[in-house]
Design a protein around this ligand. Structure first.
Ligand SMILES: Nc1ncnc2c1ncn2[C@@H]1O[C@H](COP(=O)(O)OP(=O)(O)O)[C@@H](O)[C@H]1O
Ligand SMILES: [Mg+2]
Length: 330
């Protein structure tokens, strides 16, 4: 497999009146060309900021402080804004968190797709419209020739999400970023949407960067998983390894909080406490205030992300690292 994206030492901060928000605090990961990478973590762990950093869409008071974002070998952080505008929507596209509500209510679905095509291609007006119909068909919208002239409010939530995906893949991107694409949808529709994204991924040969707080979605859709907590990657592994041999206490907590199929929600165990304030992070391990396994070291020393077996990395003092496998990143 070919490497599509490599993020090295990404640090993104927001300089607010209250203080410096360490939203992404040194992330390292890579994504293969036709792989789906799941990024999981509670709200406020830095998932969206990671995605927006890749898209170079961090705005004031935010700043990408350091790191490299290699997309097909070239560092996006060194590109002029003009070139980023060409890359966004064409090479890398993103379905934003809560974008269902941000579809333009005054434009038809077709017009919104045609707009993207107009910006990035030389297709004629007529060809753009025809392609919009084709795209709606590709994302499984029934009667696409009719639906293309509908306004967003005339479509159901699931259909609107499909239209957004159609827009995102309209220029055959190499990388598709999905930020919690199904949160507003019910479970059946969610399953359909992920079925669709999986098909499109193979058909269009895209890498997918999928942000979710749902580990069960990742299990069925992704090959690789990153667990984020308070701006840091705390565990990374391929899907089989992560579910078969989860190591970080936070990952274990997330796995325990997946509601077992057909069981009552009361049985659901969630992790006590909440994500710390990213302005005033605790000393030592960020997770220590919520962790049941802490010892002295956890309260004073920040754990490094270390490889415990090939491809499986964990940042936890309480996980034994085999002799000879050193830490790889800080
Ligand atoms: N524009 C902004 N200004 C200040 N802080 C921000 C801004 N955007 C995000 N943050 C902060 O960055 C942290 C990570 O946010 P985010 O990436 O959205 O989390 P997630 O997507 O994992 O829920 C949060 O503490 C959030 O408040
Ligand atoms: Mg988010």
């Amino acid at each position: 497999m070919r490497e599509l994206l490599r993020v090295e030492g990404l640090v993104t901060r927001f300089y607010t009146d209250e203080g410096v928000v360490k939203a992404v605090d040194g992330s390292w990961f890579a994504l293969e060309a036709d792989e789906a990478l799941g990024v999981v973590g509670e709200s406020g762990s830095g998932k969206t900021v990671t995605a927006l950093s890749i898209m170079r869409l961090i705005e004031n008071p935010g700043r990408i402080e350091s790191g490299r974002i290699l997309f097909r070998g070239e560092d996006l952080l060194e590109k002029p804004e003009r070139e980023m505008r060409r890359i966004r929507g064409k090479e890398i596209s993103m379905v934003f968190q809560d974008s269902l509500s941000s579809l333009n209510p005054t434009l038809t679905i077709g017009a919104q797709i045609a707009r993207v095509l107009k910006y990035h291609t030389r297709l004629t007006r007529r060809a753009r419209w025809q392609r919009a119909v084709k795209l709606l068909e590709a994302v499984g919208i029934p009667e696409p020739a009719k639906r293309v002239s509908h306004y967003p409010h005339q479509l159901s939530g699931g259909m609107r999400q499909r239209a957004l995906i159609a827009m995102a893949i309209s220029c055959n991107p190499k990388l598709l970023i999905l930020d919690e694409p199904t949160t507003a949808l019910d479970v059946t529709i969610e399953a359909q949407i992920f079925g669709l994204i999986g098909e499109l991924k193979d058909e269009f040969r895209m890498g997918v960067f999928l942000i979710t707080h749902d580990l069960s979605v990742v299990a069925s859709f992704c090959q690789q998983v990153i667990i984020m907590y308070a701006g840091k990657i705390v565990e990374e592994a391929d899907v089989q390894e992560l579910y078969g041999n989860p190591l970080h206490p936070y990952t274990l907590g997330l796995l325990r909080s997946i509601p077992p199929l057909e069981e009552e929600a009361e049985r659901l165990e969630s992790i006590p406490g909440e994500v710390p304030d990213l302005i005033n992070l605790p000393p030592g391990c960020n997770f220590s205030p919520r962790c049941a396994l802490t010892d002295e070291r956890c309260w004073h020393e920040e754990p490094e992300l270390a490889e415990v077996s090939p491809g499986h990395r964990v940042a936890c003092h309480r996980v034994a690292v085999p002799v000879g496998v050193g830490e790889i990143h800080g």
